[in-house]
Each structure stands twice: as C-alpha cells, then as structure tokens.
Design a protein around this ligand. Structure first.
Ligand SMILES: Cc1ncc(COP(=O)(O)O)c(C=O)c1O
Length: 374
C-alpha cells in the first residue's frame, strides 16, 4: 500500500494519535502491519516481536485461538439483538467475582467507560467538578484538559499530578463541588506508599467519589487490577483494552448503590407490562383488568397509543398519555420502553419511538398489517 494514498483519504493516515507516523522513525519503521500471531506482527513479509501489543489491548497474543473461536461461534449466531443476551449476565458475574464492583454496564471502548463513570459520578453526587490524573481517552470531558482541546466544549475538569497528593488537595481547596476524582492508579511508576490511600481519604473527606481508570491496568496485575493489588477500593472502576484482547469492549462498574443511578426511575418504568395480543386488538376486558391492577398496586402507567384505525403506518396521530383511558379495541397499544410481542404471529416490534422507521425499512411485517382492522 502506498502511504500517500492513505494520507489522501485519512487525516494523518491513522485512526488514533498513538499510531501517528511521527511517533516512529520515518523510513525505518514499517507503515502498516499486515497481520499478527501470538507475540509477533508482520509487515512486508518481515517478522517483528510486538511490544506495542495493540496499544495495550493484546494481552493473550494476536489472533488468540480461544478468543477467536468464541467470537466466531457467536458471530455465526448473530451479533446484535433487540433484547439482552445471556452472555452479558455471565460476563457480569465473572467481572464482579474478580473486580471490586457489584454491578456493571458494558461499553465498547475505554473512552466510553471513563465518560460513563464521570457521568454516573456527577449524577450520583449532584456535583459537577471532576479532578483527573492520567490519560482517560479522547472524549471531550477529558480532552479539554490537554493541549489537543480544539473543538472541545468546556466543563469543570482539572488535572492533578500523579504521586503528588498536595496537588490533589490544592484542587479540593479551590473547588467545593467535586463530584469525583478519576485517576490511573498506576502510571509507569508504582504509586508511592500511601498515595492511593491518601487519595481515597481525601475523596471521603470531601464526599467525592473515587474512580479508578484501569483501562490499562485491568487484567494486567496479579490480582486482576491495581485496586486489588494496592488494596484501595474505588467507588467506580473503568476497564477495557485487555478485556477484549483486540475486540471492542469495555465496562464501568461499582457499588450497587452508585451503579443504580443508571436505573430509570421515571414514570415509564414504574410498571412494566408486556401485552400479548393477537394482531393489535385489545379486548376492553383486558383494559379493565390493566386499569384495575394498576389501581390495586397504586401505580400509573404510560402508554403510547398508535391509532391504526386505517393502517399501521399511520403513526402521525400517535399520542402519549399517562393514564390509559382509550377503550377503542382497534388501537394498538405499545407500552413505552417495552416490546410488544405479538404472540400468535411471533412478530417482535421495537418500542414506540422508533417503530415507525423499523417498519418502513423492513418490509417483513405483512402479518401485522394484514391483521389490522380485523
Ligand atoms: C488509562 C486509559 N484510559 C482510557 C483509555 C481510552 O481507551 P480507548 O482507547 O479504548 O477509548 C486509554 C487508552 O489508551 C487509557 O490508556
């Protein structure tokens, strides 16, 4: 491949600054890697021992047979569904077994994990300022603190120095609304004795959360992560890179109390019904039952009613109400954020908000349309 051709199409020819050509000696280093196996990578037929390890993601070696086998086997069965897959639970169980976390959410990159952790911390504490130490990815909440901050919107994020507790304390004195400290617990050098303990204590004194960014250190220490190694428990932890051995996956996890800020608490989740009905007809008796049930347990429920008296595609008159009163049996009822499984016809619909696009794009709903108005 000709490098000029690459440069004509891709800014700087790379997808991340870490692969920039100016990081390597021009004319000496190869420009492309064609493939890798185990500890070796190949370029123009030459073999190299690979110390970059895919920027830290490759912990089991390139093209690891077991990892590939697992990925390929699932790929043959489908990779994206509209409902959870049980492997998510199995993986969550593994993570909470080894990392100091009770609950976990999965993401695709380390940057997403750190951004999620910052968001969770701000939501949980109702405070805004973030103090950071280390590298936390390319998202703008962090990038604004670096010289490469053009295009980043500003929020209250301030860096402190690794192994320098005084620099952290100074920031706490200046900012009274610190939601969290996010830091890499091990940056090239081991943390000085007591440094992590002091960070923990300072966070507690100021009612700020402590987030360990273990995107690099996760899976790389004897005890799975630096938090375990140095026996300092963060409130939230971010992992990524080695977690997927080259496949895109990451996670943010923490105590159940904190992670539960992610649970929806607004009206749409107070009660969940999945109504199975034949082709959108709701019997008035069902409606009475639902109303009665909600009355008994004392909740309101919200529904999106798609008026389909003429045809299914007519979603324009869709209305959302908080109390179901419409007893017209020709309406289709979509409980917000739920899936309506049209039981007898085995058709699965998306939730109300995007159902229109899905149905338009996909012509495979003749069963639904043909049943409308029957
Ligand atoms: C400590 C740390 N956090 C976060 C990230 C961002 O991860 P990703 O590149 O997967 O978005 C990196 C990436 O190098 C990292 O080193």
């Amino acid at each position: 491949m000709n490098w000029d051709r690459t440069l004509s199409l891709i800014p700087d020819g790379v997808q991340t600054m870490s692969k920039m050509p100016n990081k390597y000696v021009d004319g000496v280093y190869p420009k492309y890697i064609s493939h890798g196996k185990g500890s070796k990578v190949y370029s123009d037929g030459k073999e190299f021992i690979d110390y970059t390890c895919g920027l830290g993601a490759i912990v089991l070696g390139h093209a690891n047979e077991d990892v590939n086998q697992a990925v390929f086997s699932q790929a043959r069965k489908g990779t994206l569904f509209g409902l959870p897959h049980e492997s998510e639970t199995l993986l969550a169980e593994k993570l909470v077994e080894h990392f100091p976390m009770d609950k976990v959410r999965f993401v695709k990159t380390g940057s997403e994990a750190t951004s999620a952790a910052v968001k969770i911390a701000r939501a949980y504490t109702n405070k805004e300022t973030i103090l950071c130490c280390g590298y936390h990815g390319w998202h703008e909440w962090y990038n604004q603190t670096t010289p490469k901050n053009k295009g980043c919107s500003k929020s209250k994020v301030y860096p402190f120095n690794y192994n320098d507790i005084a620099s952290l304390r100074a920031l706490f004195r200046r900012h009274k609304d610190v939601a969290a400290v996010i830091m890499e617990p091990y940056v090239y050098d081991a943390p000085k004795e007591n440094f992590l303990d002091e960070v923990r204590r300072t966070c507690d004194q100021n009612k700020a959360l402590l987030i360990f960014d273990e995107v690099v250190t996760g899976f790389r220490t004897n005890k799975w992560c630096a938090a375990n190694e140095f026996r300092v428990k963060p409130d939230l932890m971010c992992i990524g890179k080695a977690m997927g051995n080259g496949y895109p996956i990451g996670a943010v996890g923490g105590s159940a109390k904190i992670m539960d800020v992610l649970k929806h608490k607004d009206r749409t989740y107070k009660v969940i019904f999945v109504i199975c009905m034949n082709a959108g007809r709701i019997d008035p008796v069902d409606i009475t039952l639902i109303n009665n049930f909600c009355g008994i347990i004392g909740v309101e429920y919200s529904v999106i009613i798609n008026r389909v008296s003429k045809k299914l595609m007519d979603f324009d008159s869709r209305t959302m109400i908080t109390k179901f009163t419409d007893k017209n049996p020709t309406n289709i009822l979509h409980l917000e954020m739920n899936f309506n499984v049209f039981d007898e016809d085995n058709v699965m619909l998306e939730n109300g908000d995007i159902i229109k696009e899905f149905i338009n794009a996909q012509k495979s709903f003749p069963i639904v349309t043909s049943n409308i108005g029957k």
